[in-house]
Design a protein. Structure first.
Length: 407
């Protein structure tokens, strides 16, 4: 499951553990994930769908049929989007170079970045002094000379995350080459350089069905590599058994014991524990940026509400795509309208609306579409409700134990 950076930024503003963590957050912003505190639009520029790896949980399909964005399409898209002030209303902007593995197209990214900077300046754009480039990479090409030249050139305005999933056992279980060989050794070699260049960098760890028993050991291992902040995301495109939820809860509780017993939250954090998980619904908003100031451009210059709606992303099971425009004709606001109105109450069954543990539960229009019976984003996907409830119980366990210790 892909976690949108807007969601990550929102999560990063949540008090993670206790008063100590709140003080730490004030001293050290969570990996710059909360840059501009939500006053930011995001444009995803899909430079390629290709990748050196074949991660088992990846939602990008058709990697065997290469698709790359050429500079003509990139330029046309950038020209239109920088003049689209009705859709992009925030004071700051992020240009996220998206893949596949983005660094396979480092020459294109470098050329696009130069063009964006030039256009922002020439247009006296509101983002000219408040923009960032963002890349999430598998880390394999991180020490490449062209990649390093790009990083040095844009370091002050660059957010860059390397994906490492945990211990070698867990990482190599999912993040493999086409021949089945794991990628851990190649990636971990570049971690020290990455941390040196981005000392507040965070990594996003994906947990799939086979990985659940390795959550605790993987989080601890990543901290041992010098990565202080970890965002955990559960791959929830697929369905989990009740037994999976039991193991998940046990792993989080065990990690909670480790954090509290070793005072780990003084230095490290893992976005699993939050005072906003559990309890009645606190907001009717979806918290999703799809169609609300977030936009993804595919290699053909077509526009989508977010990356998960890209044609080679989510498996829609023969359901219609949700394209909202293109770089030649612009944005279709009629096609955006459903995303501006979709919300938790508008798409949830009554049981969700009155649930005593509704807060913090997943909501994703793309998952709604995938699992709906009527090809709509207004039919909420609730196939992993038991997983959320397991997280709520583990979260309560953590805060109850923390409260007991502080007495």
């Amino acid at each position: 499951m892909y976690v949108h950076p807007l969601a990550a930024a929102d999560a990063a503003r949540v008090p993670v553990c206790n008063e100590r963590s709140v003080r730490l957050k004030k001293k050290q912003n969570f990996s710059d994930a909360a840059w501009e505190e939500g006053h930011v639009n995001i444009i995803y520029l899909t430079v390629t769908n290709s990748c050196q790896l074949r991660c088992k949980y990846c939602y990008i399909h058709d990697k065997e049929i290469p698709k790359r964005m050429d500079f003509t399409i990139a330029k046309k898209s950038i020209d239109y989007l920088l003049n689209e002030h009705r859709y992009f209303t925030k004071r700051s902007g992020i240009f996220h170079f998206f893949g596949g593995e983005p660094f396979l197209e480092i020459d294109l990214i470098d050329r696009m970045s130069d063009y964006i900077v030039k256009q922002l300046e020439q247009k006296n754009h509101k983002w000219a002094k408040s923009y960032k480039f963002e890349i999430t990479t598998n880390g394999i090409l991180y020490d490449n000379e062209k990649v390093q030249n790009f990083i040095r050139k844009h370091l002050r305005n660059l957010k860059l995350s390397i994906t490492i999933d945990g211990t070698q056992r867990k990482h190599d279980l999912q993040r493999i080459y086409p021949d089945g060989k794991g990628s851990y050794d190649r990636v971990v070699k570049n971690i020290p350089l990455w941390i040196k260049q981005f000392p507040n960098a965070y990594t996003i760890v994906t947990i799939a069905k086979a990985d659940i028993p390795y959550i605790k050991e993987s989080v601890i291992h990543i901290w041992s590599l010098g990565i202080r902040d970890i965002i955990i995301r559960i791959q929830k495109e697929d369905k989990y058994d009740p037994e999976d939820a039991i193991v998940y809860e046990e792993q989080i509780k065990s990690l909670a014991d480790y954090i509290i017993d070793h005072d780990v939250d003084k230095k490290y954090r893992c976005l699993l524990f939050s005072q906003f998980i559990g309890g009645p619904l606190r907001s009717e908003k979806s918290g999703c940026g799809a169609g609300r100031g977030v936009l993804a451009v595919d290699s053909n210059g077509d526009f989508y509400p977010c990356t998960v709606f890209l044609p080679y992303s989510i498996n829609r099971k023969n359901k219609p795509e949700r394209k909202i425009g293109n770089c030649f004709e612009g944005i279709s606001y009629n096609k955006i309208r459903p995303f501006q109105y979709v919300s938790i109450p508008a798409s949830s069954p009554q049981a969700c609306k009155i649930c005593e543990n509704a807060s913090g539960c997943d909501f994703c229009p793309a998952m709604n579409l995938k699992y709906s019976d009527t090809a709509t984003i207004f039919e909420r996907a609730i196939h992993n409700c038991h997983f959320h409830l397991a997280h709520v119980r583990a979260n309560k366990y953590y805060f109850d134990k923390l409260k007991t210790k502080s007495k």
